[in-house]
Ligand binder design. Sequence first.
Ligand code: FAD
Ligand code: GLY
Length: 378
Amino acid sequence: MEKVKNTFDVAIIGGGINGSSIAYQLSKIGKKVVLLEKNQLACEASSAAAGMLAAQAEIEQDGPFFQLALKSQSMFQALSNELLEMTGIDIEFIQKGMIKIAETEEMAKEVQQQAAFQRNWDPEIEWLDRNSLLKLEPSLSQNVTGGMYLPNDGHVQPAKLSQAFANAAELLGATILENTEVLSLIYENDRVIGVKTTLGNLHCQQVVLATGAWASKLLQETGLDITVYPVKGECFSVKTDTPIINRTIFSDKRCYIVPKRNGEIYIGATQVENTFDKKVTPGGIIRLIERAVKLVPQIKDAPWERVWAGVRPQTGDGLPYIGEHPFKKGLFIAAGHYRNGILLSPVTGTLVADLLQGKSDENLLKAFRIDRNKAKVY
Ligand code: FAD
Ligand code: GLY
């Protein structure tokens, strides 16, 4: 620890996309920040994700979560320009649209209702029948019934966005320590005053836990038992020289197809609850292949690229925790972003930066408070 100054304003635990976004926003307002990652930056969910910014496809009702997702989605264009200018990293923000597919008449009714609801926020969203869809995406199966077309939907390259946040934070003075695990928090009475790490102790005035699916571990020792658990997602990709599809094809939460800029097409993802094991199983990939080929038959003959898996951080009620610890002063949590942590990373960074300065929007954050479900205190 000799070479590292060991006193900071804020220690952020977890170098995933949310920890890095928070480090960036805090560095921007002049805080002296250290970002601590037990392995490498973005080595977990934040590099496994497909990078969809799918607020409208994944969230089907209005409420604080949907509004937070829309707010974050609207931040991507400016953020992409800002990060490119600062770091030279292109986060590959591509806004070519998404189609939420209905494969049966029954699904068509639901998706049509969703399209009508989503038009409240984007009047360009529309329901398209089979023929109109096939004009847009000729490689789609002739068997699709129709779909909701979201012309303004986009996606990013999650690992690049995570790295860009971290690089930008570092350029603004943040210290980034990889291969450094936080073992416990240090308190004086009920105030957090530092962290004990595998490299030694660090002192700080505030701590942010951005530890994804591992969030329960350090929280339990504070006497707060909140539920954050892992949900494994397996994916595979193919890569073609000429594009098969141009837009994201989203069937449901267990099958989506995302064409990336380099010709790779990501196909995700399974949902396996309560495991941190990132092994990829043939059973999981076979189910994905069957579903993807049913939607886009040419995928069957496309050159194979790779498989991978990551662990989504899910909470008891499906909402992330963003807020201050109810009885440990100076301790904040930003974890449990489940299926939407890439989408929510920009707004998570700005909200946490506001929170730490004591100027957060209570109304906006009410639904995400840590004690919202009367978490067990013992
Ligand atoms: P993580 O990325 O898990 O980072 C937490 C970090 O904390 C880890 O790097 C871990 O090593 C570190 N850590 C834990 N404990 C400690 C400790 N004690 N000390 C130091 N470091 C510690 N989201 C979207 O918005 N769009 C998508 O299209 C999308 N697709 C997905 C597809 C798959 C297959 C998966 C698995 C997820 C997907 N997600 C998607 C969800 C998204 O990836 C996550 O919500 C997001 O990455 C969570 O980021 P995070 O920074 O909160 O957590
Ligand atoms: N949001 C896509 C996934 O979590 O698989």
